[in-house]
Design a protein. Structure first.
Length: 275
């Protein structure tokens, strides 16, 4: 904690403490994994009461910035992927964003990632993308296939050398994979119909990036995502007209988000093996 505490004015004292601690967490002064001072130390530092400190810590916990457990000091949990996942999931649900819109956005983001990768990725990075693509057909079962697909698109986004773009792609890819697995029925279901037949298209993505043609790379990725969307929506065949199927897709996505994205244990795409 800084040696000189900020001056606390009248009004919502807890909010001012929240803002000060939030600024320290986001700046890295209180890094991920570090512990906040004990409640009595924070109370003395800010010259406030214990209940005021507890209220501030509860707000930070609700934001996903700290994890507070009874009987122990709060721990900073400021991870970019975590914060982004919670924010996107909340926005999708509050604004009633449809599944088609979410998956369409992923196609646009990955197309941009491919465009940047064609311009900036090193040959070694393109080689890693090729290795990730080649590993997908050898994966057995839904879980391993999903993990291989996750790795391929994580590498694609990272070799764009745009950290914000990569973070967005990681989580929305996780949403797409979660939706595809859910709709296909998981193991023994139709997940292979979504992922399996598109190996040639993924290798085309690699080849387009390797050719260093940004426009072509983006076009190939957009074509790929159109096919993925068609395959995912085909799992809802026989469920009425397009509007009814789209409603079912959106409900399935919302259900996945409610189950898998929480402040206490959200599912986010792990970082790829790129060093």
């Amino acid at each position: 904690m800084p040696q000189n505490p900020p001056k606390i004015f009248r009004g919502r004292v807890a909010d001012q403490i929240v803002e000060d601690l939030r600024a320290q967490i986001l700046s890295g002064a209180l890094p991920d994994g570090s512990r906040l001072p004990a409640e009595r130390e924070l109370a003395a530092y800010y010259d406030v009461s214990g209940p005021t400190v507890r209220e501030a810590v509860r707000v930070l916990t609700a934001m996903g910035l700290v994890n507070a457990r009874n009987g122990s000091r709060a721990t900073v949990t400021a991870q970019g992927d975590t914060l982004l996942a919670v924010s996107i999931a909340s926005l999708v649900q509050v604004e009633k964003v449809g599944a088609r819109e979410v998956l369409g956005l992923l196609g646009a983001l990955n197309a941009y990632a491919a465009e940047l990768a064609a311009e900036h990725a090193a040959d070694e990075e393109v080689g890693r993308l090729r290795e990730a693509a080649q590993a997908i057909p050898a994966a057995e079962g839904v879980e391993r296939t999903a993990a291989a697909l996750r790795e391929f698109f994580a590498v694609l986004s990272e070799i764009s050398h745009n950290p914000l773009l990569a973070a967005l792609c990681r989580f929305i890819t996780e949403m797409q994979l979660g939706l595809a697995v859910k709709l296909s029925g998981g193991e023994g279901g139709g997940f292979g119909r979504v992922a399996g037949p598109l190996h040639t298209e993924r290798m085309r993505i690699v080849a387009a990036i390797a050719s260093r043609d940004p426009g072509h790379a983006a076009s190939v990725v957009r074509d790929y995502h159109r096919q993925v969307l068609e395959r995912i929506t085909s799992t809802r065949e026989g469920e009425g007209d397009r509007a009814a199927r789209d409603t079912g897709l959106t409900e399935a996505l919302t259900a996945w988000l409610r189950t898998n994205v929480t402040l206490g244990g959200q599912v986010t795409a792990p970082r790829s093996t790129l060093s």
